[in-house]
Design a protein around this ligand. Structure first.
Ligand code: PLP
Length: 482
């Protein structure tokens, strides 16, 4: 493709995407296709001869879009958001256009240097301790996902402990988190060779709003030490996936420090909110952490993927993940005067992801980013009020950020009935195609999760979503009025 073809087709593609955003509300939010739908619509093999760009676009419209769940729809309230913005999109476009592979400084100095600078900027917006910034021993790195972030720090912690206690002590290493921690930690333990029976997902309950209790952690650690095991890794969550519980960082960090355990903080979703002074207190105690992660691709208007990880001691990561084959050697790396991000991550190759984050920070500015977060939290608060006014429903845990956990109460006062009722309600509302919500289970209760987080969502969408929920509840309950 030459530059003129690129210009012509890219204009068409941008028009296509702009039209998509303009019409996004006309699609069913949750794709309504059945498994295997696409195989019936596409040929069995790739074409021998080039096809026309317009024919591909037509197929996207007719065959691909029906199988898309519209994460950017203003009526999308499921899981956690995965934000997009014009700024993020344009940065992503430029990154695709330049298409560099910036594994070492020399392979594109701007990619490495911009990443270092932008992550220092963001660390300052979050008021992270100085030790996480690049001028000291620490620094930030963009990973693809929070799962990769927790994996690389777990490997760094594991290797630090193996150096300290001997290579044969792997079977004794114990990792800790609450039972509300994201499954990515379990996966990291599996990959890192941590024995399944040494992964402690500690009990939480409604008495702490599902946050990890420092006493329970302390008790588990003491028991493990008495049994000759070696505690090595603690992951706390600020904004758990099920209910946005906030683990008490300060108290947990103190225990981690006393026991010389690597302390990781997973703020994949809620970290973004901490750029607002009134939510910053949720990460008070982060100064006790060894590593901190948030997903800019969740709630920070930065297109997927962009998961930001800061560490206080970058040498621990580098010792675990560095390789130095002849074919990658160069003067800058040998001189030890540059960052080579290949040594901070699992893959070798890496995209120029800092461009989109830089563009988001510059084209919005801190004040607009704060307004954006606040508006979502206000909408969630509004939704929570609507739910509280309808006595057929109950709020399950107090809302902290932009997630509301609630359920429809069953006329048969029994958890099994109630769980089935809410399962049916979720199916019913998602089948309308008008809105999309997801669920979780807390203390055996099947619960609906309503998250405000897409840039296009306005109060009217929240009101309309509530109406869909009420209408479907009325049908399920056999016509009782709200
Ligand atoms: N941690 C938390 C608290 C999450 O909510 C999620 C996903 O929603 C993750 C980690 C995993 O995120 P990723 O898809 O970036 O690996």
């Amino acid at each position: 493709m030459d530059a003129e073809q690129l210009r012509e087709n890219a204009h068409k593609m941008v028009d296509f995407i702009a039209d998509y955003y303009q019409n996004i509300e006309s699609f069913p939010v949750l794709s309504q296709v059945q498994p295997g739908y696409l195989r019936k619509l596409l040929p069995d093999s790739a074409p021998n001869q080039p096809e026309q760009f317009q024919d591909v676009l037509n197929d996207i419209q007719a065959k691909i879009l029906p199988g898309v769940t519209h994460w950017q729809s203003p009526d999308y309230f499921a899981y956690f958001p995965s934000n997009s913005s014009t700024a993020g999109f344009l940065g992503e476009m430029l990154s695709a256009g330049l298409n560099i592979v910036g594994f070492s400084w020399v392979t594109s100095p701007a990619a490495t240097e911009l990443e270092v600078i932008v992550l220092d900027w963001l660390a300052k917006l979050l008021k992270l301790p100085e030790e996480f910034l690049s001028p000291g021993q620490g620094g930030g790195v963009i990973q693809g996902t929070a799962s990769e972030a927790v994996l690389v720090v777990l490997l760094a912690a594991r290797d630090t402990f193996l150096r300290r206690h001997g290579k044969n002590s792997l079977a004794k290493l114990v990792a800790y988190a609450s039972n509300q921690a994201h499954a990515s930690l379990q996966k990291a333990c599996q990959i890192g060779g941590i024995h399944a029976e040494n992964c402690r997902f500690l009990e939480t309950d409604s008495s702490t709003n599902y946050a990890l209790s420092p006493d329970i952690l302390q008790e588990a650690i003491s028991k493990d030490i008495a049994a000759g095991l070696i505690p090595f890794f603690l992951s706390a969550t600020v904004g758990t996936t099920s209910s946005t519980a906030v683990d008490p960082l300060f108290e947990l960090g103190k225990i981690a420090k006393e026991n010389k355990i690597w302390f990781h903080v997973d703020a994949a979703y809620a970290g973004s909110a901490c750029i607002c002074p009134e939510y910053r207190h949720h990460i008070d105690g982060v100064e006790t952490a060894d590593s901190f992660n948030m997903n800019a691709h969740k709630w920070f208007l930065t297109n997927f993927d962009c998961s930001v990880l800061w560490v206080k001691d970058r040498s621990a990561l580098i010792q675990s993940l560095s390789t130095n084959p002849e074919y990658l050697r160069n003067k800058a790396s040998q001189g030890n005067i540059v960052v080579d991000y290949k040594d901070w991550q699992i893959p070798l190759g890496r995209r120029f992801r800092s461009l989109k984050l830089w563009m988001v920070l510059r084209l919005y500015g801190l004040e607009n980013l704060q307004c954006y977060i606040r508006s979502h939290i206000e909408f969630a608060k509004h939704f929570e009020e609507l739910v509280s006014l309808d006595q057929r429903f109950e709020i399950i845990v107090p809302r902290t950020f932009s997630l509301v956990c609630f359920r429809l109460l069953s006329p048969h006062n029994h958890d099994d009935f109630c769980n089935k009722l809410n399962h049916d309600l979720l199916d019913a509302v998602n089948s309308t195609g008008k809105i999309f919500l997801s669920h979780t289970v807390l203390s055996g209760k099947y619960i609906l999760r309503f998250v405000v987080g897409t840039p296009l969502t306005e109060e009217r969408h929240v009101n309309a979503a509530w109406k869909v929920l009420q209408d479907e509840a009325t049908k399920l309950l056999g016509g009782g009025s709200a």
